[in-house]
Write a protein that binds this ligand. Structure first.
Ligand code: AMP
Ligand code: FES
Ligand code: ZN
Length: 306
C-alpha cells in the first residue's frame, strides 16, 4: 500500500483492515454496537467484504439484496444473488431480498425502457430504484442505519465528477455519513477510505466468493472513465486519490468550501520593505525570499547595495 508506505503479510492484512474500519466507524460516528445495521449487499467484493468485517467486529448487521433483473448475457443478477445468499448461509446471517420484478413487475432494464429515462442506459433509473428500496426496507424494518460498500475509488470518482462542474449542493452533502432526516435513514460508508484493490485483496485473502463481473451496463460509463483518470494520477503520484478525498472532507468540515475568506483579506498590511500588501507582520514572502537568496548567495550579481 504505497499510499500508506505499508506492506503487510496476509495474516496481518486481515487484522489491519477491520482495525481500520473500526477506527473510521468511531472517527465519523457512524454507528454503535447497540444499533441495528442494514448492509446493502450487491454480491460484489466491497459489500460482501464489508458485511464480513462488520460481523467479525461484532456489529449486529443484517443484509439486504436487491434483485435488479439484469442479465447482460452473463446472468448478472442471478449470479450475484446466488453468491450473496451463499455468503449469508455460510455465516449464518440474516438476508432480506427484494426483487424488482416480483415487487413491481418491472426488472430494471424494463423499467428504464418504459419510463424513457437515461437515453438507453438504465443506470440512473437503477440508482434511483436502489436508493428507494434500500431506504424503504431500512425504515419499514426499523433499522437504525443503512450501510453501503462504497470504496475510495467510488467516492473519489463521484467527487471528481462533482468538482468538474462545481456541483455545490452535492459537494456539501458528500461524505462518509449522511445523517437521517425527513424519513430518510442515516446512510454511512465505512469503506470510503479503502482503495478498491485493497477490498479485492481482502475478499480474496478471506476466501470470499464474489461476482467478478461489473454490471454489464457500467461499460463506457462516466464513473469508470473518471476512475481510470484517477488511477493514472495515482500511478504517477501514489496517495493522490486518498489525499484528494481526505482534503475535501477536511475542507468541508472546516467550512472552507465555497466560503469567501474575507477575514484573511482584512488583515493585510504593507510590507516594511516594498510596501506591497502582505498577511504577515514581517516582510512579504517575496522580500523574504530575496533576502534569503541574497544572504546565502553573498549578494546578487551586479548588486550596488541598498
Ligand atoms: P454500486 O452503485 O454498484 O457501485 O454499489 C455501491 C453500493 O451499493 C454497494 O457497495 C452496495 O452496498 C450497494 N448495492 C449495489 N447494488 C446492490 C444490490 N443489487 N443490492 C443491494 N445493495 C446494492
Ligand atoms: Fe444498475 Fe448497472 S444499471 S447496477
Ligand atoms: Zn515586500
Amino acid at each position: 500500500m504505497r499510499q500508506h508506505k505499508l506492506a503487510l503479510c496476509k495474516d496481518h492484512y486481515l487484522e489491519w483492515v477491520p482495525e481500520q474500519v473500526e477506527r473510521f466507524i468511531k472517527k465519523y460516528e457512524m454507528f454503535t454496537r447497540e444499533e441495528k445495521i442494514l448492509v446493502a449487499v450487491s454480491g460484489g467484493k466491497d459489500s460482501l467484504a464489508l458485511w464480513d468485517i462488520l460481523t467479525r467486529l461484532g456489529y449486529q448487521a443484517d443484509g439486504m439484496y436487491i434483485g435488479l433483473g439484469i442479465d447482460g448475457g452473463i446472468g448478472y443478477s442471478d449470479e450475484s444473488h446466488r453468491l450473496t445468499e451463499e455468503f449469508a448461509r455460510k455465516h449464518n446471517l440474516k438476508l432480506h431480498v427484494v426483487d424488482m420484478a416480483q415487487e413491481y413487475g418491472l426488472p430494471i432494464p424494463v423499467l428504464a425502457e418504459v419510463s424513457h429515462r437515461g437515453k438507453g442506459k438504465p443506470c440512473a433509473v437503477c440508482g434511483l430504484a436502489k436508493r428507494h428500496e434500500m431506504n424503504r426496507i431500512a425504515r419499514d424494518l426499523g433499522y437504525d442505519v443503512l450501510v453501503t460498500g462504497h470504496n475510495l475509488d467510488d467516492e473519489a470518482a463521484v467527487l471528481f465528477g462533482n468538482t468538474l462542474i462545481w456541483e455545490g449542493e452535492y459537494l456539501l452533502r458528500q461524505g462518509p455519513v449522511l445523517p437521517a432526516r425527513d424519513g430518510l435513514a442515516r446512510k454511512v460508508k465505512p469503506l470510503c477510505r479503502f482503495y478498491e484493490r485493497e477490498m479485492a485483496a481482502y475478499s480474496i485473502a478471506r476466501g470470499i466468493e464474489y461476482i467478478y463481473e461489473e454490471c454489464p451496463f457500467a461499460e463506457g460509463s462516466q464513473s469508470i472513465y473518471y476512475k481510470e483518470l484517477l488511477n493514472q494520477l495515482e500511478t504517477a503520484r501514489p496517495g493522490a486519490k486518498l489525499t484528494f478525498y481526505l482534503r475535501f472532507l477536511e475542507a468541508r468540515k472546516n467550512g472552507n468550501l465555497f466560503v469567501e475568506k474575507s477575514a484573511a483579506a482584512a488583515h493585510l498590511h504593507a510590507c516594511p520593505k516594498c510596501g506591497q500588501p502582505t498577511s504577515t507582520d514581517d516582510f512579504c514572502s517575496f522580500c523574504r525570499l530575496i533576502e534569503k537568496t541574497t544572504v546565502s548567495a553573498g549578494g546578487l550579481p551586479g548588486e550596488r547595495g541598498n
